[in-house]
Design a protein around this ligand. Structure first.
Ligand SMILES: [Ca+2]
Ligand SMILES: [Ca+2]
Length: 442
């Protein structure tokens, strides 16, 4: 939790200089177990995923590889034993010369030896190929940087031949990756899906705004038709377009019949649209045998949780759209997020289309929550159009509540099976929970 954030920043430099993300100093009292890693499976049970971002423990036995071996890397990965670890020595690896690097052995762990994400860089340059393609289950990518490329960073695509389920992306830095930094997709086979991915404790940074279609097609994570993806404890910055044309990027988007996505405790800074669940109702989508929501029609997304996220837009260049959107979804829960946009935004949260069934509760925003096109979402316990003086330092992105904030103790409590875990920094919710992502601690 909090200490882990400080540790992560100390290890690899503060890419994203947002004091809110470091939390208040000292005496952390969070209740997490700090297990982290690749073992959590919160989406299966509805439990909050594990807290904390500790470095992975050293590997007992590993193949060691250095950047001078880039020409052999594909073969080394292909020859790896299932479940084995490949440790990357420090340096810059010229991925552009070999992309895509394909991982087709189940359970392979590809990680930096130093556990310092900034010290091992996979440089995609201007490559027009995805940089890493995962084609086997239970693959772990941990603690290195993927930089550049124009057509995606880490791609897990399911097909009749390849099953990339349960991909873990842990403590990775994805910097100026073009296209989708992480993508889970199907090649169209109706029985092949990339399910159960976990993107955890990683940082997604766009330092240079793009324009036009290249910007519209950006994302930190996009999942097509996949189930049970977790996106937690990540820091995301700079997903916006440097022009007024076209659609702004969807920074995290889950669409085409995705299900059970858990998007919690992330920090989004200067993103034009942070989270989009679902899409306009149309097209070919995943069909679920158990028929969730008891409606035969297809959904953009079902049974998701977006909670305890901090979303802040401070850069006047951004021209934000809606920060969280639910379109054509069923049984999605949008709980306890804090949203501040300093300039003119569109909506803090929007729910759209008549068939949408979502619950939007206990969110705090200086913008509004908007119904579009006849949606009948349940909207309760939120504080909208909040004043900036509710926050410690909204001009620097510190969205902790100030003493005496109207948000303190104002949230709906006793949500029963909708009960949440701790706040964005690991503070437990008390008996009088606070609206938004921060539970106030004197
Ligand atoms: Ca409270
Ligand atoms: Ca707190």
């Amino acid at each position: 939790m909090r200490a882990a954030y400080v540790l992560a920043v100390g290890l690899s430099g503060c890419l994203i200089d947002n004091p809110a993300w470091l939390g208040p100093p000292a005496e952390a009292t969070g209740s997490g177990t700090g297990t982290g890693g690749s073992s959590s499976s919160g989406s299966e049970t509805g439990d909050e995923p594990a807290l904390g971002c500790p470095p992975r423990p050293a590997s007992a036995a590993a193949v060691s590889v250095g950047p001078e071996q880039i020409g052999q890397l594909a073969q080394i990965v292909a020859d790896a034993e299932p479940g084995s670890t490949i440790e990357l020595r420090d340096g810059v690896y010229d991925l552009a010369s070999i992309a895509p690097l394909r991982i087709e052995v189940a359970g392979v762990v590809l990680r930096s030896a130093s556990a310092d994400p900034s010290a091992v860089v996979f440089d995609g340059g201007a490559s027009a190929m995805p940089l890493i393609e995962v084609r086997a289950p239970d693959v772990v990518l941990a603690e290195f940087t993927v930089r550049g490329g124009t057509q995606g960073g880490i791609m897990a695509v399911a097909s009749a031949s390849f099953d990339p389920d349960r991909l873990t992306v842990y403590r990775m830095d994805l910097i100026d990756v073009g296209g989708h930094a992480v993508r889970g997709a199907s090649n169209g086979d109706p029985d092949a899906y990339a399910d159960g991915g976990e993107v955890v404790c990683s940082r997604f940074l766009r330092q240079t705004p793009l324009a036009g279609q290249a910007c519209t097609e950006l994302s930190a994570l996009r999942v097509f038709r996949g189930a049970d993806w977790v996106f937690r404890d990540n820091e995301v910055q700079g997903y916006w377009c440097d022009d007024d044309d076209g659609e702004p990027p969807r920074t995290v988007s889950m669409l085409e019949g995705t299900r059970g996505s858990v998007i919690v405790r992330n920090r989004f800074q200067d993103c034009a649209r942070a989270v989009v669940l679902g899409e306009a109702p149309s097209g070919v989508e995943r069909r679920w045998a158990d028929n969730p929501c008891a409606v035969s029609d297809q959904w953009g997304h079902v049974e998701g949780l977006v909670a305890n996220n901090m979303l802040w837009v401070g850069d006047p260049g951004v021209r934000p759209d809606s920060m969280i959107s639910v379109w054509n979804v069923c049984d999605d829960r949008i709980f306890h997020n804090s949203i501040v946009m300093l300039g003119d935004g569109f909506h803090g949260i929007e729910h759209r289309f008549e068939r949408t069934r979502a619950t939007i509760v206990n969110n705090l925003t200086n913008a509004d929550i908007q119904m579009r096109d006849g949606s009948e979402a349940i909207v309760e316990g939120n504080l909208i159009e909040a004043g900036l003086d509710e926050f410690v330092d909204p001009f620097a992105g510190d969205l902790h509540l100030v003493p005496g904030s109207v948000a303190i103790g104002a949230a709906l409590a006793n949500l029963g099976d909708l009960e949440l875990g701790p706040d964005f920094e690991g503070d437990p919710r008390d008996d009088a929970p606070d609206v938004g992502a921060d539970e106030y601690r004197p």
